[in-house]
Design a protein around this ligand. Structure first.
Ligand SMILES: NC(=O)c1ccc[n+]([C@@H]2O[C@H](COP(=O)([O-])OP(=O)(O)OC[C@H]3O[C@@H](n4cnc5c(N)ncnc54)[C@H](O)[C@@H]3O)[C@@H](O)[C@H]2O)c1
Length: 430
Protein backbone atom coordinates (compact mmCIF):
# COMPACT_ATOMS: atom_id res chain seq x y z
CA UNK A 1 0.00 0.00 0.00
CA UNK A 2 1.28 3.50 -0.82
CA UNK A 3 2.20 5.88 2.00
CA UNK A 4 -0.72 8.12 0.91
CA UNK A 5 -3.29 5.32 1.06
CA UNK A 6 -2.00 4.15 4.44
CA UNK A 7 -2.41 7.68 5.86
CA UNK A 8 -5.88 7.97 4.32
CA UNK A 9 -7.01 4.65 5.80
CA UNK A 10 -5.72 5.58 9.24
CA UNK A 11 -7.47 8.96 8.97
CA UNK A 12 -10.70 7.15 8.16
CA UNK A 13 -10.25 5.05 11.30
CA UNK A 14 -9.33 8.27 13.22
CA UNK A 15 -6.00 6.72 14.21
CA UNK A 16 -4.21 9.95 13.36
CA UNK A 17 -2.36 12.24 15.75
CA UNK A 18 -2.75 15.81 14.47
CA UNK A 19 -0.06 18.32 15.39
CA UNK A 20 -0.83 22.04 15.42
CA UNK A 21 1.97 24.61 15.41
CA UNK A 22 0.74 27.93 16.86
CA UNK A 23 -2.26 27.88 19.21
CA UNK A 24 -3.74 31.34 18.62
CA UNK A 25 -6.95 32.65 17.05
CA UNK A 26 -6.54 30.18 14.18
CA UNK A 27 -4.71 27.18 15.62
CA UNK A 28 -6.80 26.67 18.76
CA UNK A 29 -10.26 26.57 17.08
CA UNK A 30 -8.80 24.22 14.46
CA UNK A 31 -7.41 21.98 17.20
CA UNK A 32 -10.86 21.86 18.82
CA UNK A 33 -12.59 20.87 15.57
CA UNK A 34 -10.03 18.17 14.81
CA UNK A 35 -10.36 16.75 18.33
CA UNK A 36 -14.16 16.88 18.14
CA UNK A 37 -13.92 14.98 14.85
CA UNK A 38 -12.25 12.14 16.74
CA UNK A 39 -8.54 12.75 16.15
CA UNK A 40 -6.01 13.06 18.93
CA UNK A 41 -4.41 16.51 18.77
CA UNK A 42 -1.00 17.67 19.97
CA UNK A 43 -0.76 21.47 20.07
CA UNK A 44 2.70 23.03 20.05
CA UNK A 45 3.35 26.68 20.87
CA UNK A 46 6.56 28.54 21.68
CA UNK A 47 4.68 30.58 24.29
CA UNK A 48 4.88 28.55 27.51
CA UNK A 49 2.17 30.68 29.14
CA UNK A 50 -0.28 29.74 26.37
CA UNK A 51 0.65 26.05 26.69
CA UNK A 52 0.30 26.01 30.49
CA UNK A 53 -3.00 27.86 30.34
CA UNK A 54 -4.45 25.49 27.77
CA UNK A 55 -3.34 22.37 29.65
CA UNK A 56 -5.01 23.85 32.74
CA UNK A 57 -8.23 24.22 30.72
CA UNK A 58 -8.05 28.01 30.25
CA UNK A 59 -8.76 29.25 26.73
CA UNK A 60 -7.21 32.57 25.71
CA UNK A 61 -9.27 32.68 22.50
CA UNK A 62 -12.84 33.99 22.81
CA UNK A 63 -14.22 31.64 20.13
CA UNK A 64 -13.17 28.61 22.21
CA UNK A 65 -14.86 28.32 25.60
CA UNK A 66 -13.19 26.77 28.65
CA UNK A 67 -15.94 24.12 28.53
CA UNK A 68 -15.08 23.17 24.93
CA UNK A 69 -11.41 23.02 25.83
CA UNK A 70 -12.10 21.04 29.02
CA UNK A 71 -14.13 18.49 27.06
CA UNK A 72 -11.33 17.65 24.61
CA UNK A 73 -8.73 17.57 27.39
CA UNK A 74 -10.73 15.22 29.59
CA UNK A 75 -11.52 12.93 26.66
CA UNK A 76 -7.74 12.61 26.20
CA UNK A 77 -7.90 14.04 22.68
CA UNK A 78 -5.99 17.28 23.27
CA UNK A 79 -2.74 18.16 24.95
CA UNK A 80 -0.50 21.19 24.48
CA UNK A 81 3.28 21.16 24.59
CA UNK A 82 6.20 23.54 24.27
CA UNK A 83 8.44 20.69 23.12
CA UNK A 84 8.60 20.81 19.32
CA UNK A 85 10.43 17.44 19.20
CA UNK A 86 7.17 15.74 20.20
CA UNK A 87 5.77 16.60 16.77
CA UNK A 88 7.65 13.56 15.48
CA UNK A 89 4.73 11.54 16.88
CA UNK A 90 2.27 13.48 14.71
CA UNK A 91 0.95 12.06 11.43
CA UNK A 92 -0.25 15.45 10.22
CA UNK A 93 0.96 18.93 11.19
CA UNK A 94 -0.96 22.15 10.56
CA UNK A 95 1.06 25.35 10.81
CA UNK A 96 -0.89 28.35 12.17
CA UNK A 97 1.81 30.90 13.02
CA UNK A 98 1.60 34.68 12.56
CA UNK A 99 2.49 36.38 9.26
CA UNK A 100 2.87 40.06 10.14
CA UNK A 101 4.54 42.88 8.20
CA UNK A 102 8.06 44.14 8.81
CA UNK A 103 8.64 47.77 9.80
CA UNK A 104 8.80 48.65 6.10
CA UNK A 105 5.51 46.84 5.34
CA UNK A 106 7.18 43.87 3.68
CA UNK A 107 6.07 40.30 4.50
CA UNK A 108 7.65 38.91 7.65
CA UNK A 109 7.73 35.16 7.03
CA UNK A 110 10.22 34.50 9.83
CA UNK A 111 7.55 32.60 11.84
CA UNK A 112 6.87 30.32 8.86
CA UNK A 113 10.61 29.77 8.46
CA UNK A 114 10.94 28.93 12.17
CA UNK A 115 7.94 26.55 12.06
CA UNK A 116 9.37 24.89 8.93
CA UNK A 117 12.65 24.30 10.80
CA UNK A 118 10.68 22.71 13.64
CA UNK A 119 8.95 20.41 11.16
CA UNK A 120 12.18 19.62 9.32
CA UNK A 121 13.75 18.36 12.55
CA UNK A 122 10.93 15.86 13.09
CA UNK A 123 9.95 15.03 9.50
CA UNK A 124 9.56 11.32 8.78
CA UNK A 125 7.91 9.19 6.13
CA UNK A 126 4.11 9.20 6.35
CA UNK A 127 3.52 12.77 7.54
CA UNK A 128 1.30 15.42 5.99
CA UNK A 129 2.28 19.08 6.50
CA UNK A 130 -0.27 21.85 5.97
CA UNK A 131 0.48 25.56 6.02
CA UNK A 132 -2.53 27.61 7.19
CA UNK A 133 -0.94 31.04 7.68
CA UNK A 134 -1.90 33.72 5.17
CA UNK A 135 1.04 34.40 2.88
CA UNK A 136 2.14 35.35 -0.66
CA UNK A 137 1.84 32.93 -3.58
CA UNK A 138 4.92 30.73 -3.74
CA UNK A 139 5.67 30.50 -0.01
CA UNK A 140 4.82 26.79 0.36
CA UNK A 141 6.79 25.76 -2.71
CA UNK A 142 9.70 28.19 -2.40
CA UNK A 143 10.30 28.26 1.36
CA UNK A 144 8.86 25.07 2.83
CA UNK A 145 9.38 22.49 0.10
CA UNK A 146 13.18 22.86 -0.32
CA UNK A 147 13.69 22.83 3.46
CA UNK A 148 11.60 19.69 3.94
CA UNK A 149 13.08 17.87 0.92
CA UNK A 150 16.59 18.61 2.19
CA UNK A 151 15.94 15.77 4.64
CA UNK A 152 16.10 13.34 1.70
CA UNK A 153 12.38 12.58 1.92
CA UNK A 154 10.36 13.10 -1.26
CA UNK A 155 7.18 15.14 -1.43
CA UNK A 156 4.11 13.30 -2.74
CA UNK A 157 5.71 9.94 -1.93
CA UNK A 158 7.18 10.01 1.57
CA UNK A 159 5.49 13.12 2.93
CA UNK A 160 2.68 15.40 1.76
CA UNK A 161 2.70 19.20 1.65
CA UNK A 162 -0.30 21.47 1.14
CA UNK A 163 -1.52 25.01 1.69
CA UNK A 164 -4.97 25.47 3.18
CA UNK A 165 -5.77 29.06 4.17
CA UNK A 166 -7.64 29.61 7.40
CA UNK A 167 -10.70 31.83 6.94
CA UNK A 168 -11.89 32.05 10.54
CA UNK A 169 -13.70 35.28 11.42
CA UNK A 170 -13.29 35.73 15.19
CA UNK A 171 -16.56 36.55 16.93
CA UNK A 172 -18.73 35.52 13.97
CA UNK A 173 -21.82 33.89 15.52
CA UNK A 174 -22.72 31.91 12.36
CA UNK A 175 -19.53 30.88 10.59
CA UNK A 176 -16.80 29.13 12.53
CA UNK A 177 -13.97 26.79 11.58
CA UNK A 178 -16.21 23.78 10.87
CA UNK A 179 -18.87 25.36 8.66
CA UNK A 180 -16.61 27.71 6.71
CA UNK A 181 -15.62 25.97 3.46
CA UNK A 182 -11.88 25.28 3.38
CA UNK A 183 -9.66 25.57 0.31
CA UNK A 184 -6.84 23.03 -0.14
CA UNK A 185 -4.02 23.12 -2.70
CA UNK A 186 -1.26 20.50 -2.70
CA UNK A 187 2.24 20.38 -4.14
CA UNK A 188 1.14 17.15 -5.89
CA UNK A 189 -2.28 15.60 -6.52
CA UNK A 190 -1.66 13.10 -3.74
CA UNK A 191 -0.75 15.91 -1.33
CA UNK A 192 -4.13 17.53 -2.01
CA UNK A 193 -5.99 14.18 -1.83
CA UNK A 194 -4.43 13.22 1.50
CA UNK A 195 -5.04 16.60 3.12
CA UNK A 196 -8.67 16.72 1.95
CA UNK A 197 -9.28 13.32 3.55
CA UNK A 198 -7.52 14.39 6.77
CA UNK A 199 -9.63 17.54 7.13
CA UNK A 200 -12.88 15.99 5.89
CA UNK A 201 -14.18 14.80 9.32
CA UNK A 202 -13.60 18.24 10.87
CA UNK A 203 -14.69 20.60 8.09
CA UNK A 204 -18.11 20.49 6.41
CA UNK A 205 -16.98 21.56 2.92
CA UNK A 206 -13.55 21.24 1.34
CA UNK A 207 -12.65 23.10 -1.84
CA UNK A 208 -9.71 21.47 -3.64
CA UNK A 209 -7.70 23.68 -6.01
CA UNK A 210 -4.94 22.65 -8.41
CA UNK A 211 -1.83 24.13 -6.76
CA UNK A 212 -0.52 25.61 -3.52
CA UNK A 213 -0.10 28.94 -5.34
CA UNK A 214 -3.80 28.98 -6.27
CA UNK A 215 -4.75 28.28 -2.63
CA UNK A 216 -2.39 31.01 -1.40
CA UNK A 217 -3.89 33.46 -3.86
CA UNK A 218 -7.49 32.58 -2.95
CA UNK A 219 -6.95 33.93 0.56
CA UNK A 220 -5.24 37.08 -0.69
CA UNK A 221 -8.00 37.69 -3.25
CA UNK A 222 -10.65 37.40 -0.52
CA UNK A 223 -8.95 39.90 1.76
CA UNK A 224 -7.93 42.24 -1.06
CA UNK A 225 -11.55 42.20 -2.26
CA UNK A 226 -12.61 43.41 1.18
CA UNK A 227 -9.87 46.02 1.41
CA UNK A 228 -10.69 47.46 -2.04
CA UNK A 229 -14.43 47.55 -1.41
CA UNK A 230 -13.99 49.12 2.02
CA UNK A 231 -11.67 51.65 0.35
CA UNK A 232 -14.40 52.43 -2.17
CA UNK A 233 -17.10 53.06 0.45
CA UNK A 234 -14.65 55.05 2.55
CA UNK A 235 -14.03 57.25 -0.47
CA UNK A 236 -17.81 57.47 -0.89
CA UNK A 237 -18.01 58.68 2.73
CA UNK A 238 -15.57 61.49 1.89
CA UNK A 239 -17.46 62.29 -1.33
CA UNK A 240 -20.80 62.41 0.52
CA UNK A 241 -19.33 64.58 3.25
CA UNK A 242 -18.24 67.12 0.65
CA UNK A 243 -21.62 66.97 -1.10
CA UNK A 244 -23.61 67.16 2.12
CA UNK A 245 -25.25 63.81 1.38
CA UNK A 246 -25.83 61.04 3.95
CA UNK A 247 -23.52 58.17 2.93
CA UNK A 248 -25.37 55.60 5.05
CA UNK A 249 -28.66 56.43 3.38
CA UNK A 250 -27.04 56.11 -0.06
CA UNK A 251 -25.49 52.73 0.76
CA UNK A 252 -28.68 51.34 2.34
CA UNK A 253 -30.71 52.39 -0.69
CA UNK A 254 -28.11 50.97 -3.13
CA UNK A 255 -28.22 47.69 -1.21
CA UNK A 256 -31.90 47.25 -2.06
CA UNK A 257 -30.76 46.30 -5.58
CA UNK A 258 -31.24 42.54 -5.55
CA UNK A 259 -28.28 41.80 -7.86
CA UNK A 260 -24.90 43.26 -8.80
CA UNK A 261 -24.28 45.18 -5.55
CA UNK A 262 -22.65 44.01 -2.36
CA UNK A 263 -22.94 46.09 0.78
CA UNK A 264 -19.74 47.32 2.43
CA UNK A 265 -19.71 49.96 5.13
CA UNK A 266 -17.40 52.92 5.67
CA UNK A 267 -15.77 53.41 9.04
CA UNK A 268 -12.74 54.63 10.96
CA UNK A 269 -10.25 52.61 8.87
CA UNK A 270 -9.08 49.02 8.64
CA UNK A 271 -8.06 46.91 11.60
CA UNK A 272 -7.21 43.39 12.60
CA UNK A 273 -4.58 40.94 11.60
CA UNK A 274 -5.83 40.32 8.05
CA UNK A 275 -7.36 43.05 5.90
CA UNK A 276 -4.77 45.80 6.57
CA UNK A 277 -1.88 43.35 6.17
CA UNK A 278 -2.60 40.63 3.64
CA UNK A 279 -2.88 42.82 0.50
CA UNK A 280 0.67 44.02 1.19
CA UNK A 281 1.85 40.42 0.82
CA UNK A 282 0.51 40.34 -2.72
CA UNK A 283 1.71 43.85 -3.58
CA UNK A 284 5.21 42.92 -2.35
CA UNK A 285 5.28 39.71 -4.39
CA UNK A 286 4.19 41.55 -7.51
CA UNK A 287 6.77 44.34 -7.01
CA UNK A 288 9.38 41.60 -7.31
CA UNK A 289 7.82 40.70 -10.69
CA UNK A 290 7.89 44.34 -11.79
CA UNK A 291 4.16 44.84 -11.51
CA UNK A 292 2.48 47.53 -9.45
CA UNK A 293 -0.83 46.47 -7.90
CA UNK A 294 -2.71 49.75 -8.30
CA UNK A 295 -6.08 48.84 -6.75
CA UNK A 296 -4.38 47.40 -3.68
CA UNK A 297 -2.18 50.44 -3.17
CA UNK A 298 -5.01 52.92 -3.66
CA UNK A 299 -7.35 51.10 -1.27
CA UNK A 300 -4.54 50.97 1.29
CA UNK A 301 -4.02 54.73 0.97
CA UNK A 302 -7.71 55.56 1.32
CA UNK A 303 -8.26 53.25 4.27
CA UNK A 304 -5.17 54.57 6.06
CA UNK A 305 -6.44 58.13 5.73
CA UNK A 306 -9.77 57.46 7.44
CA UNK A 307 -8.58 58.06 11.04
CA UNK A 308 -7.50 61.55 9.97
CA UNK A 309 -10.85 62.17 8.25
CA UNK A 310 -12.71 61.29 11.45
CA UNK A 311 -10.39 63.31 13.68
CA UNK A 312 -11.19 66.29 11.46
CA UNK A 313 -14.86 65.59 12.14
CA UNK A 314 -14.12 65.83 15.87
CA UNK A 315 -12.48 69.20 15.21
CA UNK A 316 -15.60 70.34 13.33
CA UNK A 317 -17.92 69.09 16.09
CA UNK A 318 -15.91 70.95 18.74
CA UNK A 319 -15.86 74.05 16.56
CA UNK A 320 -19.67 74.13 16.72
CA UNK A 321 -19.40 74.95 20.41
CA UNK A 322 -16.50 77.35 19.92
CA UNK A 323 -13.84 74.94 21.16
CA UNK A 324 -10.50 73.86 19.73
CA UNK A 325 -9.23 70.27 19.77
CA UNK A 326 -6.31 71.44 21.91
CA UNK A 327 -7.36 71.31 25.53
CA UNK A 328 -10.66 69.53 24.84
CA UNK A 329 -11.56 66.19 26.36
CA UNK A 330 -12.53 63.46 23.91
CA UNK A 331 -14.08 60.16 24.99
CA UNK A 332 -13.40 57.39 22.46
CA UNK A 333 -16.04 54.65 22.68
CA UNK A 334 -14.94 51.23 21.42
CA UNK A 335 -11.30 50.63 20.55
CA UNK A 336 -11.17 46.96 19.44
CA UNK A 337 -10.72 46.72 15.68
CA UNK A 338 -14.26 45.45 15.22
CA UNK A 339 -17.35 44.95 17.30
CA UNK A 340 -17.85 42.37 20.03
CA UNK A 341 -14.22 41.20 20.20
CA UNK A 342 -11.23 42.17 22.34
CA UNK A 343 -8.61 42.23 19.55
CA UNK A 344 -6.71 45.53 19.33
CA UNK A 345 -4.31 44.52 16.59
CA UNK A 346 -3.96 47.24 13.93
CA UNK A 347 -7.08 48.92 15.34
CA UNK A 348 -7.73 52.34 13.74
CA UNK A 349 -8.74 53.54 17.23
CA UNK A 350 -5.04 53.57 18.13
CA UNK A 351 -4.31 55.93 15.22
CA UNK A 352 -7.28 58.08 16.18
CA UNK A 353 -6.14 58.38 19.80
CA UNK A 354 -2.61 59.22 18.68
CA UNK A 355 -3.84 61.90 16.24
CA UNK A 356 -6.12 63.45 18.85
CA UNK A 357 -3.32 63.55 21.40
CA UNK A 358 -0.94 65.05 18.84
CA UNK A 359 -3.47 67.83 18.39
CA UNK A 360 -3.56 68.45 22.13
CA UNK A 361 -6.80 66.68 23.08
CA UNK A 362 -7.14 64.88 26.42
CA UNK A 363 -8.29 61.40 25.42
CA UNK A 364 -10.05 58.76 27.52
CA UNK A 365 -11.76 55.63 26.27
CA UNK A 366 -14.41 53.08 27.09
CA UNK A 367 -14.40 49.53 25.76
CA UNK A 368 -16.15 46.66 27.57
CA UNK A 369 -13.75 44.17 25.94
CA UNK A 370 -10.47 46.03 26.51
CA UNK A 371 -10.07 47.01 30.19
CA UNK A 372 -6.59 48.46 29.61
CA UNK A 373 -3.84 48.77 27.03
CA UNK A 374 -0.47 50.37 26.50
CA UNK A 375 0.61 52.28 23.40
CA UNK A 376 3.87 54.19 22.85
CA UNK A 377 4.69 53.80 26.56
CA UNK A 378 1.38 55.44 27.52
CA UNK A 379 -1.01 53.40 29.70
CA UNK A 380 -4.77 53.69 29.22
CA UNK A 381 -7.60 52.20 31.29
CA UNK A 382 -11.22 51.97 30.20
CA UNK A 383 -13.48 54.46 32.00
CA UNK A 384 -17.03 53.43 32.95
CA UNK A 385 -19.72 54.56 30.52
CA UNK A 386 -21.93 56.60 32.87
CA UNK A 387 -23.99 59.71 32.19
CA UNK A 388 -21.48 61.77 34.23
CA UNK A 389 -18.47 60.49 32.30
CA UNK A 390 -20.19 61.09 28.97
CA UNK A 391 -21.35 64.58 29.93
CA UNK A 392 -17.88 65.51 31.13
CA UNK A 393 -16.40 64.95 27.65
CA UNK A 394 -16.38 67.83 25.19
CA UNK A 395 -16.85 65.31 22.40
CA UNK A 396 -17.67 61.59 22.27
CA UNK A 397 -16.39 59.58 19.34
CA UNK A 398 -17.88 56.16 18.54
CA UNK A 399 -15.10 54.16 16.91
CA UNK A 400 -16.21 50.55 17.49
CA UNK A 401 -19.91 49.71 17.57
CA UNK A 402 -20.00 46.94 20.21
CA UNK A 403 -23.53 45.50 20.52
CA UNK A 404 -23.66 45.85 24.31
CA UNK A 405 -23.06 49.62 24.41
CA UNK A 406 -25.91 51.83 25.65
CA UNK A 407 -26.40 54.02 22.59
CA UNK A 408 -29.48 55.67 24.08
CA UNK A 409 -27.39 56.85 27.04
CA UNK A 410 -24.70 58.16 24.69
CA UNK A 411 -27.26 60.06 22.63
CA UNK A 412 -28.95 61.58 25.69
CA UNK A 413 -25.79 62.51 27.57
CA UNK A 414 -23.15 63.53 25.00
CA UNK A 415 -22.55 67.22 24.37
CA UNK A 416 -21.14 66.50 20.90
CA UNK A 417 -20.85 63.15 19.19
CA UNK A 418 -19.01 61.83 16.14
CA UNK A 419 -20.24 58.41 15.05
CA UNK A 420 -17.83 56.67 12.65
CA UNK A 421 -20.13 53.62 12.33
CA UNK A 422 -23.63 55.06 12.13
CA UNK A 423 -24.22 53.10 15.34
CA UNK A 424 -26.61 55.60 16.94
CA UNK A 425 -29.09 55.53 14.09
CA UNK A 426 -28.84 51.77 13.73
CA UNK A 427 -29.53 51.35 17.46
CA UNK A 428 -32.52 53.68 17.20
CA UNK A 429 -33.94 51.75 14.25
CA UNK A 430 -33.78 48.44 16.17
N1 LIG B 1 -6.90 35.93 13.46
C1 LIG B 1 -7.63 35.81 12.39
O1 LIG B 1 -8.77 36.24 12.35
C2 LIG B 1 -7.13 35.09 11.16
C3 LIG B 1 -8.04 34.65 10.21
C4 LIG B 1 -7.59 33.97 9.10
C5 LIG B 1 -6.23 33.76 8.94
N2 LIG B 1 -5.34 34.22 9.86
C6 LIG B 1 -3.92 33.95 9.64
O2 LIG B 1 -3.56 32.83 10.45
C7 LIG B 1 -2.21 32.96 10.91
C8 LIG B 1 -2.18 32.87 12.44
O3 LIG B 1 -2.90 33.99 12.97
P1 LIG B 1 -3.46 34.04 14.44
O4 LIG B 1 -4.42 35.19 14.47
O5 LIG B 1 -3.91 32.70 14.88
O6 LIG B 1 -2.12 34.43 15.25
P2 LIG B 1 -1.94 34.42 16.86
O7 LIG B 1 -0.90 35.45 17.13
O8 LIG B 1 -3.28 34.49 17.53
O9 LIG B 1 -1.36 32.96 17.17
C9 LIG B 1 -0.15 32.51 16.70
C10 LIG B 1 0.47 31.59 17.74
O10 LIG B 1 1.65 31.04 17.15
C11 LIG B 1 2.64 30.95 18.16
N3 LIG B 1 3.94 30.84 17.48
C12 LIG B 1 4.65 31.81 16.89
N4 LIG B 1 5.77 31.30 16.34
C13 LIG B 1 5.75 29.97 16.59
C14 LIG B 1 6.63 28.90 16.28
N5 LIG B 1 7.74 29.09 15.56
N6 LIG B 1 6.33 27.66 16.74
C15 LIG B 1 5.19 27.46 17.46
N7 LIG B 1 4.31 28.43 17.77
C16 LIG B 1 4.59 29.67 17.34
C17 LIG B 1 2.44 32.19 18.99
O11 LIG B 1 3.00 32.05 20.27
C18 LIG B 1 0.91 32.29 19.02
O12 LIG B 1 0.36 31.63 20.13
C19 LIG B 1 -1.71 34.28 10.34
O13 LIG B 1 -1.09 34.02 9.11
C20 LIG B 1 -2.98 35.05 10.08
O14 LIG B 1 -2.83 35.99 9.05
C21 LIG B 1 -5.77 34.85 10.99
Amino acid sequence: MSVADDLIQRAERREILFGIIGLGYVGLPLAVELANAGYRVLGFDVNARVVDGLNAGRSHVRDVTDAQLGAIISSGRFVATSDGARLREADAISICVPTPLSKFKDPDVSYIVAATETVKRVLRSGQAIILESTTYPGTTREIMLPALQSTGLKVGQDFFLAFSPERVDPGNPVYQTRNTPKVVGGITDDCRRVVCVLYQPAIDTLVPVSTTEAAELVKLLENTFRSVNIGLVNEMAIVCDKLGVDVWEVIDAAATKPFGFMKFLPGPGLGGHCIPIDPHYLAWKMRGLNYKTRFIDLAGELNTEMPLFWVRKVGEALNESGRAVRGSSVLVVGIAYKKDIEDLRESPALDIIRLLEQQGARVSYHDPYVPKFEEDGHRFSSVPLTADVIQAADCVMIVTDHSSLDYGLLRRSARAIVDTRNALRRAEAR
